[in-house]
Design a protein around this ligand. Structure first.
Ligand code: DQA
Length: 151
């Protein structure tokens, strides 16, 4: 059986990881984070594709493609988390397991970060654990995809 395919999507400003507000987001670069995710996915028997965009429409298009090309998604939508009904609708239409992640604990921050539009489409949400959150999200996806197969 082919390895399950997972898409790891990062939204706006996450390309600046490592230099952007390191006291909040840490010193890890996006390239290092993506490499760690690919290695974790492989260790879990899955294959990961990592994509980042600063553009809402591009993220919507990638989520639409994932409907047919991927088995599950990990998404950190950055600030679009708190604004985007379009991303919510794309994720609802995707009909694939979705784990939402945030590097920072959004509930310890400004109140406008406490609401996520996309959580309504997520099977699970992890925040505040930095890179570990992405790795845990991949573990959760592996479990969800396995239980789909066993069902
Ligand atoms: C973030 C939290 C968001 O509020 C913020 O806009 C981001 C990053 C996080 O990973 O902690 O860009 O999603």
């Amino acid at each position: 059986m082919p390895a399950p395919r997972v898409l790891i999507l990062n939204g706006p400003n996450l390309n600046l990881l490592g230099t952007r507000e390191p006291e909040i987001y840490g010193r890890i670069t996006l390239a290092d984070l993506e490499e760690a995710c690919r290695a974790k996915a492989e260790a879990l028997g899955m294959s990961a594709t990592c994509q980042q965009s600063n553009h809402e429409g591009e993220l919507v298009s990638w989520i639409q493609q994932a409907r047919t090309e991927q088995d599950g998604l990990v998404i950190n939508a950055g600030a679009y988390t708190h604004t985007s009904v379009a991303l919510l609708d794309a994720l609802l239409a995707c009909e694939r397991p979705v784990i939402e992640v945030h590097l920072s604990n959004i509930f310890r921050r400004e109140s406008f970060r406490h609401h996520s539009y996309i959580s309504q489409a997520a099977d699970g949400v992890i925040c505040g654990l930095g890179k570990t959150g992405y790795l845990l999200a991949l573990e959760a996806l592996a479990q969800l995809l396995k239980s789909e197969l066993d069902a």
